[in-house]
Design a binder for this molecule. Sequence first.
Ligand code: COA
Ligand code: AMP
Length: 630
Amino acid sequence: MGYREVYEGWKADPEGFWMEAAQAIDWVEAPKQALFDRGDHMYEWFAEAKVNTCWNAVDRHVEQGRGEQTAIIYDSPITHTKREISYVELRNRVANLAGALRAKGVEKGDRVIIYMPMIPEALEAMLACARLGAIHSVVFGGFASNELAVRIDDAKPKAIIAASCGMEPGRVVHYKPLLDGAIEMAEHKPDFCVIFQREQEVAELKEGRDVNWHGFQFGVKPAECVPVEGNHPAYILYTSGTTGQPKGVVRPTAGHLVALNWTMKNIYNVDPGEVFWAASDVGWVVGHSYICYGPLIAGNTTIVFEGKPVGTPDAGTFWRVIEEHDVKSFFTAPTAFRAVKREDPKGEFVKKYDLSGLRAIYLAGERADPDTIEWTQKMTGKPVYDHWWQTETGYTIAGNPVGIEPLPVKLGSPTVAMPGYDVQILDEGGNQMAPGELGAIAVKLPLPPGTLPTLWNAEDRFKKSYLTTFPGYYETGDAGMIDEDGYLYIMARTDDVINVAGHRLSTGGMEEVLASHPDVAECAVIGISDELKGQLPVGFLCLSSGVDRPHDEIAKECVKLVRDRIGPVAAFKLAVVVDRLPKTRSGKILRGTMVSIADGKEFKMPATIDDPAILDEIRDALQTIGYPKG
Ligand code: COA
Ligand code: AMP
C-alpha cells in the first residue's frame, strides 16, 4: 500500500487504524475501545486499557530475546567518554532505581522532576518513573533556577532527580546551585532530591533532603512494572506559550506507546535492532520521543550524544558518530547543519567517514531552509526529509512517510499530513482556504493518539490556547499553506513564540523579565532572522522618565537579567534603548513591522499605525547593534 491508500484507510476508519497499530504494544489489558469522546471537543484514546510504558520500552525486549542488544549508546565527545548499555542491563538499572524511588515514597501518579544533562542516567530516570507510573517532568539543563522553580510550583513533584553538573563547551554548568536556588524560590518543596554525582563535579548534598544516586539504591528491592490506565499521564513537558508561564503538555500513556511505535517504521524506516540517532536533548520533546521512548519501544538502539555539531571537537563529529555506531536514521535540527556548513562548507569532514550505512536524515524543530537541505543532501548523498511537529503532538503531523513510500521532496515543505492528522488551512472566520492560500494551520479534531489531551492543571488554558479559535479544530499556532498536491508549507508562528536554534522560546516570557528591570517602563521582544540559529531575540527598552544612566549599561543589565532568569538557552544578547515603540492607534505593538525593519525587508506601512516617524527611530536603534545585516 502506498501513502494515499494508508492515509485514506485511516480517514475511513480512524479507530480501526489505531486499534491495528495498538497490536504492536504489550498490554496488561488490551484496549476494547479506541476513542473516548469526553464532550466539549475533548478526547482520549485507549482510556480503559492497562499498560506500562517501561515494560514496552525495556522489559519486553529482554523477554523476547533482545537482552544482549545494546539499548543505549552514550557518546560524549565533550567528556571523552563512550559506554554501551544492553537491554538487560537497562532493565536491571531501571528496576533498581525505581525500587529506590518507591522505597522513598514515590508511587503511581506522583510527579518527579528530572534536571539532567545528556547522560544515560537521564533516560534511566525517565524510565524508572514510567515503571512506577510516576509522572516525570524533564526540565532542560539550559534553563535557569527561576524557570525550574516555576515548573516545581506547577508540577509539585515529590522528588527531583538531578545531576551534579552539565558540560557545555568551555564550561561546567553547575546544576546543583541552580537546583538549590530553584527549590528555595519555589513555594512547593520536594520531599527529597536524588543527585547523580558526575566525575567532572561532585556537588555538596543537603542533609535530610538530598540522597546520592548510587547510595540510595543500595540494598533496595527492584520494582516491577506497575500497570496504569491508558489515559494516565506518562509525563508533563513544559513548553513556551505566549506568557512567561509555560504550558504543561500532558502526554497520555497508551496513545504515546501506540503512536511512537508506529512512527519508527513508517516515518523513520528503522527495524528493531537497528541504530537510530536523534541529536537533540532530553529536555525537549524530540529528546523524549526520539532519544528515549520511540527507539526503545520499537527495540532499536538509541544514542545519547553529549556534544555539539561543531567544536566537540570539530565539524566531523556527526559523521564520526554515524560511522562508528552504524546509524541508520539520523534526526536533528536544521540549525545543527547550518553550524556544520559554516565550519566545513566544502564538506571536507564528510569525506573522511563512511556513511554507507545511513539511509536518511530527518530535520525538524524549525523551518528547514532549502539551502541547508540542499547542502546536506549534496555533501552526504543521502535523502534529507523535513518534518513538522510540536511538543503538543509529540510526533510528526506532516512528514515524508518513508517506511510506507518515500514521496518526492519539495524543498521548503515538510511534505504531507500523516495518518491521524486532517490538516487544514483556515481563514480568520474558520473557513477552509483554497490550495496555495496562506492561513492558520489547524487540525480537525480529534487529534490522534499520544497527542496532548489537556494541559497539566490547566484545562481552561488548554481550551483557550488550542480549541476556541476554530471550534472543532486544534489550532497549531503555525501559519502556512497547502499546495495542489497536498504538500504543506509552514511559514510563521501566529503567536509570540520564536524559534532560536531549534529551541522554542516565548518573547512574552522575555518581555516579562525585561519589564521587571527597575528602569524599564515598557518593552518589546521580537525574533529577527539569523543565519545560524534561524531566529534571535532582540529587546527594545523604553526607560522610565527621569532615568539618567548610560543606555549601554541598562541594556547589559537586561541581557544579564534574561540569562539569569530564563537561562543561557534564550540566547538573549541584543537589547537597545528606544524612546517609544511603534503601535497601532489602539495600542498594539507592531512587532511584525519591527521584524521587517530588522531583517531589511520591504514592508507595507500599517494603515493603523499611530505615528510612522517612530519607525525611523527603530531603524536607527537597530543600526547601533548592526541590523539589518550586510
Ligand atoms: N545546559 C546548559 N546550557 C546550555 C545547554 C544545556 N543543556 N544547551 C545550551 N546551553 C547554553 C549554551 O552553552 C549557550 O550558552 P552561551 O550563551 O554561554 O554560549 C546558550 O545556551 C545558547 O545555546 P545554543 O543555542 O545551543 O547555542 P550554541 O552557540 O551553544 O550552539 C548550535 C549553536 C547551532 C551548535 C546549537 O544550537 C545546536 O546544536 N543546535 C541543535 C539544536 C537542537 O538540538 N535543537 C533541539 C530541537 S530538535
Ligand atoms: P517545539 O514544540 O519546540 O517542537 O516547537 C514546535 C514549533 O516549531 C512548531 O509549531 C513550528 O513553529 C516549529 N517547527 C517545528 N518543526 C518545523 C518544521 N519542520 N518546519 C517549520 N517549523 C517547524
